[in-house]
Design a protein around this ligand. Structure first.
Ligand SMILES: [Zn+2]
Length: 353
């Protein structure tokens, strides 16, 4: 809330123009996930924030006044120094390969002639199972009416259903704690399934029962990915085979995830797959090296920030855009105005000591 107020002041005072100009050669890469149609949503909405197609349209319409949208290939060429730097460039990426990317996001992007890169995960292409965090989201929303305590691996988690924001915070905390307990996400997926089944048994409601028709969480099939790839505006990148964090894995396991996903996507779309996105932003020096050795030309992280020529292509920073925010705040984030504001505030505080 405070950020929105500050952003509004920074926007209407014109202060953002200074940072927009100062950062004119910095390239923000937006990281989005699902895009939904609020009127066509199978009767439920994930607590995890997804943009609506109307919000995406509004954001792109606004941002085109300040930025030139370029493809990830073009951004790669600028950051690597292969071509001269350009002012006010921006890139859009979508993680996880939801079918709603094809149904709702792609038409909006095509309408504005905005390129984008999509990062599907191979294992979900058969559309037999949802991501565990989506299944958990559905399970807590449809099987728990009143605030309750869930136990996972001996730890207790309060699920507070009193209001949607608090409910969401409970879920975020639970998901974060589950992720924190594991270094191998294949073990996590196996254990968390038992935990989710326990919640589903309370009322017998599971995302699995509606998954095939679910507009929010159904993954793109192989032919959906092919439809997306057929549009020259769009690029397909890899997000591993199993959507697992590769940071903690040994070299062979990382290579298996990278090579199998790259090869399968290339066979599917008939083009080379050059971009990679680290699931859950998990990466380190070794994984960056392996991503490069596997023939990828970039690696997307979840680290917040922008990119300039000369930056490491295998640890590109992104700006997360998973929820609807006021346009003034959106611009203050992408132009780095809020970063400058935070730095100034810190400097003033230190001078005052
Ligand atoms: Zn992901």
């Amino acid at each position: 809330m405070l950020r929105s107020v500050i952003s509004t002041v920074l926007y209407w005072s014109g202060f953002f123009y200074i940072s927009h100009w100062l950062n004119r050669y910095e390239i923000p890469i937006l990281a989005l996930h699902g895009v939904i149609d609020t009127e066509d949503n199978t009767g439920w909405l994930p607590l995890r924030s997804f943009l609506s197609k109307e919000q995406l349209d509004k954001h792109i319409t606004f941002l085109t006044k300040y930025y030139n949208f370029i493809s990830l290939d073009e951004a790669h060429d600028i950051i690597s120094g292969r071509v001269p730097k350009r002012k006010y460039c921006m890139v859009i990426t979508f993680d996880d390969g939801y079918l709603n990317n094809l149904n709702y996001a792609a038409p909006v992007l095509a309408k504005h002639d905005v390129p984008a890169t999509f990062f599907p995960t191979i294992v979900y292409q058969n559309q037999q199972q949802p991501f565990w965090f989506d299944r958990l989201d559905y399970a807590v929303q449809h099987n728990i009416d009143e605030s309750t305590t869930l136990v996972f691996d001996g730890d207790q988690f309060e699920i507070d259903t009193t209001d949607k924001q608090v409910f969401k915070e409970s879920l975020v905390k639970l998901v974060g704690a589950i992720l924190g307990k594991y270094t191998n996400d294949l073990d996590l997926t196996r254990d968390v399934e038992v935990f989710i089944k326990g919640i589903e048994e309370r009322k017998g409601r599971s995302l699995l029962d509606i998954y095939q028709n679910d507009k929010c969480c159904l993954a793109m099939s192989a032919s959906d990915i092919n439809s997306l790839a057929a549009d020259p505006l769009f690029t397909i990148g890899s997000h591993t085979y199993d959507h697992i964090r590769i940071g903690p894995l040994d070299d062979n396991e990382v290579l298996e995830q990278l090579q199998s996903s790259k090869q399968m996507l290339e066979e599917l779309i008939g083009r080379s797959v050059n971009h990679f996105c680290y699931p859950c932003g998990s990466y380190n020096e070794r994984t960056m090296q392996l991503v490069q050795e596997c023939g990828f030309s970039t690696g997307m992280t979840s680290d917040d920030g922008t990119n300039v020529p000369g930056d490491n292509l295998f640890s590109l920073r992104r700006r997360s855009l998973s929820k609807d925010i006021p346009l003034a705040e959106l611009l203050c984030i992408t132009t780095g105005t809020l970063d400058i504001y935070e730095k100034l505030k810190k400097m003033i505080r230190q001078l005052g000591r």
